[in-house]
Every structure is written in structure tokens, then in C-alpha cells.
Design a protein around this ligand. Sequence first.
Ligand SMILES: Cc1cc2nc3c(=O)[nH]c(=O)nc-3n(C[C@H](O)[C@H](O)[C@H](O)COP(=O)(O)OP(=O)(O)OC[C@H]3O[C@@H](n4cnc5c(N)ncnc54)[C@H](O)[C@@H]3O)c2cc1C
Length: 435
Amino acid sequence: MRVCVLGGGVIGVTTAYALAREGHEVTLVERHADVARETSHANGGQLSYAYVAPLADPGVLAKLPRMLMSRDAALRFVPQLDLHQWRWCLAFLRACTRARSRQSTAALLALGFLSQRLMHEVVAREALDFDYVRNGKLVVYRDGEALEGARRQAGFQATLGCEQHVLDGAACVALEPALASIGEQIVGGIHTPGEEAGDCDRFTRGLALAAKREGAHLELATEFTGLRTKGLRVLAAQTSAGNIEADAFVVCLGFQSQPMLAALGVHVPVYPLKGYSLTLPHANAQGAPRVSVTDAHHKVVYAPLGERLRIAGMVDLAGMSAHADEARIALLTRQARETFPEAGFPEAGSPEAGSPEAGSPEAADSGALQTWTGMRPATPDSKPLIGATHFRNLWLNTGHGALGFTLALGSAQLLADLLAGRELSIDGDAFAASR
Ligand SMILES: Cc1cc2nc3c(=O)[nH]c(=O)nc-3n(C[C@H](O)[C@H](O)[C@H](O)COP(=O)(O)OP(=O)(O)OC[C@H]3O[C@@H](n4cnc5c(N)ncnc54)[C@H](O)[C@@H]3O)c2cc1C
């Protein structure tokens, strides 16, 4: 079958790879000159297969008023004159029930386990160099109530086959000595030994080459502008390089899936949640964490990527612009410096403290702290949309929110199984666009 994959982030590339390996004739369309230039570029780097509890949870409702009032809160809402934003927020609030949160957790865990198995297979099969480590993950808490909630969640996830351990504060510091300077504030943590980390950008670029070796054609520097349809059938993708005809089309356009599909009358509840990352190019091995760490209080994640330390956080519901808010970057930098003071952060105010964008050649060479902004393509219930649309040959693989790197390989496999009409190894209905 001829399949046209729209979008060259981690989701589009894993989809192209899975389909090409099955013998399909794949063309991937990406507007940038390389893959992984947008949200898949400098994300948190965590492969958090077991840390999948959705953002929409009854516990969030109680915290919302404080979050909305505080400028320093991890979650920030900037109201827009945009019906789509308000619809998304209402759907999010509706998803904040215990039953829905647990259903989503179970579905995402199944997709996470599938993705982890496939990651191990890909790492064994392809020579990918992406600073991949199986280093486990420690989520630390600074207040007892939050730790109690996490303990309950871990108990629920244990019934679904998750191996997680509840640690007290001292055990957290013993496991990750770089946390010593905030040791007194840590009341406990959840350790998940099976979690992993890696550089999503390098993974995606490496897998794109593997997809090419499997026969996929990468149509880079090519803007997708629309779909030519006849009745409920898509005939061709219209692009700056001309029309691309195919038997099936898969939309993997990240947060831009929504506006591109709305033009066709296909409504998908995907809204961008803006986030930020910092990359410390040469972290001090004694002061930086080796285990992936999440500071639950600030909602900031830390992942070692070779000799680099990646730090990511902030969730801004603030419209479609990827413009960086300097105040948010400054806040993230301050929190990271306070949490790991010996990691080797440049002095505040020094020339190295502010910097070029992560990933630019100047940034890599300068040794400066690199900053980056990305737009998580989020659905209200945190579950991606994987499956058919009302167009007979138009498919979705999008809406992976905060977990796109983690869930990419499983999502691509699920899409390939659906396209082939095969029996599914996990519950596909949980991810259906029509759910
Ligand atoms: C701060 C931050 C931290 C994160 N941390 C983690 C983490 O630790 N672990 C994890 O699993 N996930 C993490 N994520 C989430 C993860 O990065 C995303 O879920 C994932 O990158 C989404 O991939 P995607 O392929 O759907 O989107 P994208 O990477 O945005 O890819 C979409 C592609 O479509 C292309 N495109 C769009 N419109 C067009 C067009 N008209 N024509 C041609 N091409 C087009 C874009 O150029 C882009 O390359 C994080 C995200 C952020 C922002």
C-alpha cells in the first residue's frame, strides 16, 4: 500500500519506520530541512513508560485556583479569544474524574509497556546513538499530601503490573546523592527502576535514516497545505512539492494537527501546552543526577543525556504561538539551580547563563546553558488519538502531549496494526478519535 505520513516529528518518523518495515511504500512529508525540529527536538528526554497518570485528575481541581493566581505555578492559563481553547478546557474538566483518570492510566500503561518492549527491540536492531540509558526514574515529593496521592497511584498501578517502590526522604538521597542539597525538604519519592532516558532528537534522526534504509522516502523541506478529497476519500496530499497521491494518509502533525484537520471538517481535541527546556552541555558528574529525577513540587524533570543534563518543565495554556516567555525560562533556571546547585550551572548574570537555542551549532560549542520552547500536542484526557477518521483512508496518530517520545513506538505499531486490519495487542478503542 502507498502511505503518506504527514509530519516528521518522533511520531511521524516512528510511524514511517513501522510501516516501511511492513513493506508499505512510505512517503513522509516534513516542512523543515530535517526531522525533529519542533516539539520532538529538545524535550525532557525521559522514557517514562510507567509515569503515565493523566494531567486531568480530581486532585488537579482543588489546586487550580492557586495555580491560576500564581505567576510562578508550573501550570499557567492565559485565556484567548479562541473557542477551541475553551472547548478543550471544558473537556479537560470533564475528564477530571477518578473513573476517567484510572481508565486513562490503564490504557496509557498498556501503550507504555508496548512501547518499552519495542524500544528494546529497536535498540537491539538499529545502531542508534542517542545517549540512551536504562537508569530508572525517581519522582521526589516535598509535601506529605502529594506523596500520599502518589503512593495511592503506585498502589493502583501495581495492580496493572508496574514495578514501583515508595521511598522515604533519606532513601531518595541515598539513591540519588545529587539531591543532597534539598534532602531535608524531600518527604519521600516513588522509584521506578525500569524507566529509561535518551535524546529524542537524535533518536528521531537516527530512526529516519533506518526508515530510509527500509525504503521510506523522506520529502523534507516540503510544506503540506491541504488534502484533495473526493467524497469520503482522500486522493492526494497537496504540498509545496506538488500533489502526493497515496492509498492511505496518516496525520502526525503534532499541535498543528488541529488547524490542518479543521479545514477538512475533522475536529480533533488537540491543544498546545507550551513547555520549556534547558540543556547544560557539560554537567558536573558529581553534582548532576544519574537517575532521571522529577521534582513533583515544581513539576520539573531532569534527565542525564551523556555528559549533558536536560531539564524540562512548565505547562502554559497560552495559545498557538511558540514564542518563548523569558520569565518562564528564568524561573525554570532558578528552580534547577536551587535543586542541583553543584551541577555546574553558569552563574546567574554571566554571559553563559542566557544562551542561543538548544540544538544550534553555536549552542553546542559555546558551553552555555541552552534554552528551548516546545508545544506539547495535548488531548484533554492525555490519551493520543490513534486510528481512523470519517474519511475512509485518513488516519490519525497525534495528540501525545507530554509523552510523545515515550509512547511513539507503541503508537506507531498500533497504527500499523489498525491499517493492516490485524488483531490488536492492546485496547485500540481507548485511543479512537471518536471516543
Ligand atoms: C518541555 C517539554 C518536555 C517534554 N518532555 C518529554 C519527555 O520527557 N518524555 C516524553 O515522552 N515526551 C516529552 N515531551 C512531549 C514530546 O516532546 C511530544 O509529545 C512529541 O515530541 C510530539 O511529537 P509529534 O511528532 O507529535 O510532534 P512534533 O515533534 O511537533 O512533529 C510534528 C511535525 O509536523 C511538522 N509539520 C507541522 N505542520 C506541517 C506542515 N503544514 N507541513 C509539513 N510539516 C508540518 C512539524 O514541522 C513537525 O516536525 C515534552 C514536550 C515538551 C514541550
